[in-house]
Structures are given as structure tokens and as C-alpha cells.
Design a protein around this ligand. Sequence first.
Ligand code: SF4
Length: 385
Amino acid sequence: MSFSLYVHIPYCQAKCPYCDFNSYAASAWPEADYTAGLIAEIELRCSEAPFADQSLRTIFFGGGTPSLFAPESIGRILETANRRFGIERDAEITLEANPGTVNHAKLAGLRAAGVNRISFGAQSFDDATLKFLGRIHDAAQTREAAAMAHRAGFDRLNLDLIFAVPGQTLASVISDIEQAAALGPDHISAYNLTFEEGTAFFTDLKRGRIKPLANDDQAAMYAAVREELPRRGYAIYEISNYAQPGCEARHNLTYWRAQTYLGIGAGAHSFALGSAGGGYGRRWWNERNPARYIELASQGGTAEAGAEEINSATGASEFVFLNLRLRAGFELEDFQARFGRTFDEIFGARAEPLIEGGLLTRGNDRIFLSDRGLELADSVFAEFV
Ligand code: SF4
């Protein structure tokens, strides 16, 4: 048995106006104290069920901007994780990096520390778009960062792109794809810009200072992304994720397949199948404030701020809408093995109209979104909540 570990590092050089992650702009950060908190959390969790007797198959350093931390800090966290849980020999170990925060020495240090996959927040190759998005880097820095990552020995590289940014055209989205693919990543994520409550863009939108692109334009951009990336060798395997064969992000597959993961760090969420009471599963989340997190974690106690037991009915809903994000959907047999009842018994009445309406497809004992379902995914998921 194995599980995935998510490590949240919440500091950024600047807060991007579209970002609703638990991240904070900082010119200096308490790296030693925060690292000590993460290590203390590993020490605490390693003797608890269900992690005590499982090894790690994937680790993901996300944020925030984990590349702000020194390779030595990342190495200490990995060393503790390996000693306490055991990291599998072929584990995928990803670190998110901002192209404006790396140099060759840092990337080489991260590689030597055991990180084997880098995910750059490229977002766009148009400098005006990057400026609008409040990014601290320009397109030239992304090109340089990707080349440095390859030179530092990273065979596995992801580039994140954002489309449907106000002012963007279909041609500029396609140009971003061309330029991203030209850098030779094995994985590309392309996200539709959303305006989340609590972000600066959300306020700008409410006050009429920015205007989202028309829905039709956004849909045309998503269609172009789905056409252009596969043409360049990146097959879609999740609503927003594309990979060369065999290069899917194993860590994120843990989330979409509703499997067990431990999240450590400020505001990190965790999910474990099964619970002490014999129920379906348990979800919990940490204190969000980094200073408070450090205080709680470094005292050796839990940094947990809340938790919920998940019953089988909620678990079945989550299983369906998470797995449906995947292009291959899920096997009906897997559903039955996990919930002890068939998909049709629980969701047949809800799925049938979606299948008839051409949003869901059933074939080869699997259920998955149709091409049209991909475009209207949120309304399909809503049917299973
Ligand atoms: S760099 Fe990433 S995590 Fe930090 S504010 Fe920007 S989008 Fe959010």
C-alpha cells in the first residue's frame, strides 16, 4: 500500500491578482522555522493510521512558491519523509517553481536533493499577458528556466498555461501552446482563467474594471487547446491536463482517483480512505495562517484546524465527479468494489439523462465525459453532488 504526500509552502514574492491559493506575498520568509514545522508534522503523522505502514509513491511541493526555499530545506523534508514513511524507488517527486525564482545552482541542488519533476508556472509567453496576470517573470525567463531544468537533469517537466485572459485572442492562445511545446516539456496543464471570490480580479470584475471574455470565446479557446496540444504529442487525460505517453502526473491522479493523501503545511488538506470508526473516509485541513501553523506544528502537536468524516453516500458522489475529470473516467467494476453497490443502483437515474443527452458516455464497462461533456463538465458534476 502506498499514498501521496503534498507539502504546502505558502510564500510568494508577489500575490498574483487571480490567485485564491493559501499564499502570501513576502520579501523574507521564516524558512528554517517553517521547515521545522513540516518535519515535525511528518514525525507526528508517521506513526498514525493509515500512514504508519504505507510508503510514499508521490510527493508534491506546491504553494505558494516552493522554489523560494533552498534545496537544503527541501532535502531535509525529503530525508525525513524517506526515513519515516519510506519513499518508493520510482516515486514521482514534483516541485512547483516560478521561472523568476530559479537559477542553475538551485535547480541542480533540487535535483540532487531528490526532486525529479519540475512544474513551472509559465502561464503565457506574451509579456503583456504576464504583466496583466501580475507575474514576476517574463517569457524569456520561462525559456531560460526550462533550458536550465533540462541541463540540471530534469527529464520530467510541466508547464502551466492560463487561457481566456481578458485581452487574449485565439491566435495568442495557440501561440502560447506552440511556444510551450517548443520547450520540450513532457506535460502541459492549461487552465481556463476563473475569477474566484476573494481575489483582486474578483473585486476588479465587480467594480467593472475588467471584463471576462465572452463565453463563446472561452469555449473556442478551450476547443483550440484540446486540438492543438494533442497535435503536438500531448494527449488530454484530464479536463485541464495533457501529457506525452506515460508522463501523466501521478500525484494528481491520486486526487482524481479519490485515493489517500497526506497534506502537510499551512492550510494543507488531507484525505484518508477508511476511518477509525469503520466509515468510508476522513478529510481534514490544517491551520491556514503560516505563523500560527509554525507555532502549532513545531510544538509537536497537530496543526489540524478542522475535519469531517465522509460517509459512503458522499464518498460515492466525490468518487464520481473526481474520476469523471479524467478522460478515461472510471471502471464500473472499481466503483462497485469500493462501494459494494453498482453505479446503476446508486446513480443510474441521474446518469441516464446525461448519457441520453450526449454528455456522458458508457462503453467498455467505463463511464466518461463525452467531448461535449468536457465543455460542460461543471454542470455534469453538479448532477452527482
Ligand atoms: S505565484 Fe502562484 S501561488 Fe503565488 S500568488 Fe502567484 S499564482 Fe498564487
